[in-house]
Design a binder for this molecule. Structure first.
Ligand code: SF4
Length: 323
């Protein structure tokens, strides 16, 4: 639903590039999409949701919003619920009562930053207090809360992005999405970048930062359900600069393993030389890193590592042995 309900144009946003869609979504589109999904047979309807993304769902014209929700009525019993994304300043008790009546079970707020200055500079049109108020209200209605943040926005810094993560954690969301800023054509950020007023975060800096943010959320029991923009042909064509990589999350996971390994080597005072790193099967490629980047990095520190799969280990557990 590109730009549906948006009261202003945020500095970074070109929903047409991000969604790959320009036409207004109709109730027919909703029914048709659900029919296609159901007839594909490939989805587990007990854990799947009908989702409205790409605009500010609760800020759109009320009759239009209701017509889209009405289009889900015949199908809702087949799904876990409905998920929507919206702006923090478009949430109140009245709309939450309406949404729960239609079976909305998850709301994601595009919060982007908890720094009021960054929000102002990026023309968000709301402040951090609206994120706090809306989050508390959503939770009070028993609806699952998702918060979306961006890193590297105009006027932001690693410190401010970490502050945003800490403020999110204090609001106890169920899920978080982290989007490093990508500069898209026809946006205010593109003009600022092209005129030299804005230096976007590089993919590597964003990976370093996100590899700190992800464990912060996870240690607080918050699921990080997305890191980095989805790739789409229109998005990649319209990209001017910024922190984009089609496998961004994988890069972050590798960096998290690198951090864990370095911390362990330091804590155990492991002498330089040959080491064996034992890890779960699912972690082998992440421990190795893209193009063996973690192995190369370790060798630059004087550690020559062999990765060994160990099925008794899970998740990010590792064991390091000398020799
Ligand atoms: S970021 Fe959200 S509110 Fe801002 S212009 Fe894009 S869709 Fe609209």
């Amino acid at each position: 639903m590109p730009f549906a309900g948006c009261p202003n144009r945020c500095s970074f946003c070109d929903q047409h590039s991000i969604t790959g869609k320009t036409a207004r979504t109709t109730p027919y589109d909703v029914k048709n999409t659900i029919e296609i999904a159901l007839s594909s047979g490939g989805i587990d309807t007990t854990s799947s949701e009908i989702a409205f993304f790409g605009g500010s769902f609760t800020a759109i014209d009320r009759d239009y919003m209701i017509s889209l929700l009405d289009a889900t009525k015949d199908y809702i019993s087949n799904f876990k619920g409905i998920r929507i994304s919206t702006r923090p300043d478009s949430i109140d008790r009245e709309v939450l009562s309406l949404l729960t009546g239609y079976g909305v079970t998850s709301i994601e707020l595009g919060a982007q930053s908890m720094s009021d200055e960054v929000l102002l500079l990026n023309n968000r049109g709301h402040n951090s207090e609206s994120v706090r108020t809306a989050s508390k209200l959503i939770k009070a209605y028993g609806i699952s809360l998702g918060l979306q943040m961006m890193t590297g926005l105009y006027g932001s810094s690693d410190e401010l992005d970490e502050y945003t993560a800490k403020e999110f954690i204090a609001l106890h969301p169920d899920t978080v999405r982290i989007y490093p800023t990508v500069v898209l054509e026809r946006t205010q950020l593109a003009s600022l970048y092209q005129s030299g007023f804005y230096e976007p975060q590089s993919a590597d800096s964003a990976v370093k930062l996100c590899s700190r943010l992800i464990p912060m959320f996870e240690n607080a029991g918050i699921k990080v359900i997305r890191v980095g923009l989805h790739s789409s042909d229109t998005m990649e064509t319209g990209m001017v600069a910024g922190a984009y990589h089609p496998a961004f999350r994988e890069l972050c996971e590798s960096r998290i393993f690198r951090n864990i390994i370095i911390e362990k080597l330091r804590a155990d005072n492991t002498p330089k030389g040959r080491i064996a790193i034992f890890c779960a099967k699912s972690a082998v490629s992440k421990v190795t890193g893209q193009k063996k980047s973690n192995l190369t990095y370790l060798s630059s520190l004087g550690y020559f590592a062999t990765i060994v799969r160990d099925d008794s280990l899970k998740g990010r557990q590792i064991i390091i042995q000398e020799g």
